[in-house]
Design a protein around this ligand. Structure first.
Ligand code: ADP
Length: 601
């Protein structure tokens, strides 16, 4: 889409997940490096006891072993053991501090990415998927960051070090000790063959369960209202069952290989003992070297097993990193860093074309002038593109071609913050956050005084119903939810917009909550909100916009007529039909048929 940049697209495509992980870890570079350094030192210290045992055995075999010669070695190995554990503890402490700091940074990046991406990009993701990445996948990065980088490196170094020691003693015994590793991998190989495809299917199942659970809980009100508990539960239960079956099936197909590998891998002694004995008997291995080989063969088991456990987890780490990266690399709306010089608050559409989905254009070359301080109404059949045009002004999406300008400046040429200062969008379903009514209104102007908040609430006719609540403006919206009608909630949204005091007001007129008393109050609060402002109304009830300075009739994504109410009645058959439908001459409208779908009333 025009005006969007794909951040790091090329890099994201080619970079491996481990490189991405390292790029995340660079945010706590010093701590991570320190953690790595301490882990390596811990491994180094871990070698000392083995060496001490070797020296003591060598002394014993030579018949020179006494307490006085053994004690320094015993002390050294005890000290090295303690040091190794302390160093390891410090390493994991640092890696955990870094990991959780990085998770916090990633979660903040994630939210700011959602703020900078277009609304379309954000709304294109299911809540289940967003929750999954935001909570679980990002959490999944903790394991590689806190454990893999320091511990895997440590285990790897230990395996390499011990193996090198074995080679230094005798290469044949090294081969005998390590033969079990390829053998273990070989028996596990068939299970690995389909691993990628299996894991991808597993993740798809897991995402499906996640979405179904979120959907079920979100829709519980509808489920109850329409007594659909059985059907909806079936869908939920099916998803959970199918996930269980898939996992069990996968587990069954791999458990033989996995158990064989887990049994074969630690059998270093099986190779070392006969080979060592044979070498000893032909005089090519001293008894102390043989003993040392046995110790090394036993010592190498633990890091090998730890290493394979990590290798097993690699895939889930890969997915955790890839999913997180997918969100962190979402395309952003391009915005300049410096504020634009906007003159006035006129709005202008210049040959605007727009498609939500590539190839499915819904706005076809709209040009429309909304002068500063004027009242413009967008009317037309349902689905004709009225809301889309309003959203393009607020830059919820970017146009595909043409431009939308405010005060002579293309909305893409001003920072998103500046655009947000210029435009208030009051829609039918403005979200109220789970905080007090006061704080919900204050969202319009963070830092507003209590007096300003209450003045705006009064102007939006919120006062009477808010004061009826026991805690007044300090009532949590969640708590008051049951007591607030849809109309009252909308008046809170209008109060928010009044407080914001932006020069351009985009209003998606309510179709719901239209009982006469509420309607009258909403209309009065809207006139206070829009006094002296550039007002664009997406009109559903034509009687509310007869006084508009300009009415643009939208049909099939085009402006088919514009003018004042009386002019359009005389000149625009679609408008005249909609008007008649609105005032109740439905029989007449039905007789002539309606153009472009149902009339939006
Ligand atoms: P109106 O406000 O006049 O009822 P809209 O602007 O909401 O019409 O919709 C115009 C067209 O765009 C319709 O065909 C509608 O189905 C489509 N549309 C609206 N929102 C989206 C969306 N988020 N994704 C894809 N298509 C959409």
């Amino acid at each position: 889409m025009a005006g969007q940049k794909v951040l790091g697209e090329a890099a994201a495509g080619s970079r491996s997940w481990f490189a991405t992980l390292l790029s995340y870890s660079s945010r706590c570079r010093v701590k991570m490096l320190l953690s790595l350094g301490l882990s390596i030192m811990s491994v180094g210290a871990g070698f000392v006891p083995f060496y001490a045992v070797y020296r003591i055995m060598a002394l014993g075999i030579k018949g020179e072993l006494t307490w006085s010669v053994a004690t320094p070695w015993l002390c050294l190995s005890a000290g090295a053991y303690v040091a190794s554990k302390l160093l390891f503890g410090a390493s994991t402490l640092l890696s955990h501090i870094s990991a959780y700091t990085i998770l916090e940074i990633l979660r903040r990046d994630f939210i700011s990415k959602l703020m900078r991406a277009s609304l379309g990009t954000v709304q294109g993701k299911s809540i289940g998927a967003v929750k999954n990445v935001f909570l679980d996948r990002i959490e999944g990065i903790e394991v590689p960051l806190a454990h893999v980088i320091p511990e895997l490196t440590g285990s790897l170094l230990l395996v390499v070090g011990l193996a090198a020691w074995l080679v230094a003693i005798d290469w044949r015994i090294a081969i005998a000790a390590l033969a079990c590793v390829p053998l273990g991998l070989l028996v596990f190989a068939p299970s690995l063959k389909e691993y990628n495809a299996r894991y991808a299917a597993y993740m798809a199942e897991s995402n499906h369960v996640n979405s179904v659970i979120v959907e079920y809980i979100e829709g519980i009100q509808v489920v109850k209202a329409f007594n659909q508990a059985t059907d909806s539960y079936e869908k939920y239960a099916d998803a959970v069952r199918s996930f269980k079956e898939y996992t069990m099936d996968w587990f069954k197909s791999t458990w033989v290989g996995m158990n064989l590998m887990a049994s074969i891998m630690p059998t270093t002694l099986l190779g070392v003992l006969p080979t060592g004995l044979a070498l000893y008997l032909i005089g090519e291995l001293t008894p102390d070297a043989l003993a040392m080989c046995v110790i090394l063969a036993l010592a190498i088991v633990d890091p090998i097993m730890r290493f394979t456990a990590f290798v097993n987890e690699m895939k889930s780490m890969e997915y955790a990193v890839a999913d997180t990266r997918e969100f962190l690399d979402l395309p952003e709306l391009a915005e300049p860093s410096s504020r634009a010089r906007v003159v006035g608050s006129s709005v202008s559409f210049d040959d605007v074309r727009f498609a939500y989905e590539a190839g499915e254009e819904v706005i076809h070359g709209v040009s429309l002038e909304v002068p500063e301080g004027s009242f413009t109404a967008l009317v037309g059949p349902s689905g004709s593109g009225k809301s889309t045009l309003a959203r393009l002004i607020a830059r919820h999406w970017d146009v595909c071609s043409g431009s939308v300008s405010i005060g002579g400046v293309d909305v893409r040429a001003m920072p998103l913050g500046q655009l947000s200062e210029l435009v208030s969008f009051v829609s039918q379903d403005n979200y109220l956050f789970d905080t007090t009514i006061r704080d919900n209104i204050r969202l319009g102007k963070p830092g507003a005084t209590d007096e300003e908040v209450i003045a705006a609430a009064r102007a939006a006719s919120c006062d009477e119903f808010v004061l009826r609540l026991p805690k007044g403006y300090d009532t949590p919206v969640g708590e008051a939810g049951g007591e607030l009608s849809g109309g009252e909630r909308q008046r809170i949204s209008i109060a928010r917009a009044i407080l914001k005091d932006a020069p351009i007001v985009l209003l998606d007129e309510a179709t719901a909550f239209t009982d006469p008393e509420n309607e009258d109050k909403i209309q009065r609060s809207i006139s206070r909100l829009s006094a002296g402002k550039t007002l664009v109304v997406i009109a559903h009830r034509l009687s509310t916009i007869t006084a508009a300075d300009n009415i643009a009739v939208i049909d099939g994504g085009r402006v088919v007529a514009q003018g004042k109410h009386d002019e359009l009645l005389a000149q625009c058959p679609l408008y005249a039909r909609m008007w008649r439908a609105h005032i109740g001459a439905r029989a007449w409208a039905a007789g002539t048929g309606s153009k472009g779908g149902g009339i939006d009333d």
